[in-house]
Design a binder for this molecule. Structure first.
Ligand SMILES: Cc1cc2nc3c(=O)[nH]c(=O)nc-3n(C[C@H](O)[C@H](O)[C@H](O)COP(=O)(O)O)c2cc1C
Length: 309
């Protein structure tokens, strides 16, 4: 039960429209054991004094350690650290077993990998409903300019990239200018121009969000899949995936039995309809090419992708 009149799941979905970064916040408990949790509630507060904040669920195992900690460290994750985020979001006993780190101020672990790091002295702890709000005064910080930050939005991991409006020429020509002949530019421009049309269509026709569409597309090719296998395929942390699946169960699109997710009859029908729609959207995007050219384009892209791994 909750005191608000809101539907909790719906309220969480509204909040998830606000993208954040992802951090692992660490400290040390009174037995000297390293403690860490994944947190997206991190934010800046004040420049002078240098203050930051984050909030911790009162149900978290590490609540006591953070409530009483004199110091904590904020490790802002980079795009390659989805595994680190999932590890510290688990309730596992030994989250540090697979982590490379050293000890920072007050013994708080600082990870070897990061986009930015803020070592803090606890400045204030406030009550925040079902969370505690922890404010820290930054004692030391460092960052890597070349590291792209990991983003969390709508319950999915994402990366940030320049907004397409920044560089959108009306016509893309091969007149010898650098951008018109640069593969990465061409790939990004193609993706930006066509992907932004797809999700609104999928929503209009099937009433699905991008996250739900990804689940449907994966399940269209298999009878069932367990949560742990599905989560990385759709780039969602386990808990967020469980919410996506619950929404889809309520719409009678999915069945869940013994940790296995499968499509219902309605789910199969909707997946077929949306896959057809996606394929016809693809055909439209490729309509300037002959059949032979589009097959060559796809096989060339596959070769580039495979060459890179
Ligand atoms: C992307 C992401 C962001 C999260 N943000 C927070 C947060 O800001 N505060 C929080 O208390 N839990 C957050 N969580 C959940 C905790 O990481 C998770 O509950 C973890 O198990 C807590 O660890 P503990 O129970 O060992 O303390 C987040 C999880 C993910 C995947």
């Amino acid at each position: 039960m909750n005191d608000t009149s809101f539907d909790v799941k719906d309220f969480r979905r509204a909040l998830s429209q606000f993208p954040t970064g992802v951090t692992v916040i660490t400290t040390v408990d009174d037995r000297g054991e390293p403690i860490g949790v994944t947190a997206s509630s991190f934010n800046s507060v004040s420049i002078d004094p240098a203050l930051v904040l984050w909030s911790i669920d009162k149900g978290a195992h590490s609540l006591n350690a953070f409530e009483n900690a004199e110091y904590f460290a904020v490790n802002v994750l980079s795009r390659d650290q989805v595994g680190t985020s999932n590890n510290f979001a688990s309730r596992g006993e030994d989250k540090f077993a697979n982590a490379a780190y050293s000890l920072g101020l007050g013994g708080s672990p600082v990870l070897d990998d990061y986009a930015a790091q803020f070592e803090c002295k606890t400045w204030a702890v406030y009550d925040g409903g079902d969370h505690l709000i922890l404010v820290g005064e930054v004692q030391e910080y460092r960052y890597r300019n070349a590291a792209e930050p990991l983003v969390f939005a709508r319950g999915s991991y994402a990366i940030s990239s320049a907004h397409p409006a920044i560089s959108k020429p009306s016509e893309c020509s091969d007149n010898g200018e650098f951008v018109g002949d640069y593969l990465l530019y061409l790939l990004r421009e193609t993706y930006n121009r066509y992907s932004q049309e797809l999700y609104p269509k999928l929503h209009q026709v099937g009433g699905v969000t991008p996250e739900e569409w990804r689940v449907l597309a994966i399940l269209a090719d298999r009878a069932e899949i367990d949560f742990e296998t599905l989560a990385p395929l759709v780039m969602q942390p386990l808990e967020a995936l469980r919410e996506t699946v619950e929404w889809m169960e309520n719409k009678a699109l999915l069945n869940v039995k013994d940790n296995e997710v499968s499509l219902t009859q309605d789910g199969v029908a909707l997946a077929e309809k949306l896959l057809t729609l996606a394929k016809s959207h693809e055909a439209e995007a490729m309509s300037a090419l002959s059949q032979e050219q589009s097959e060559l384009l796809k096989s060339s892209l596959r070769s580039i992708i495979n060459n890179q791994t």
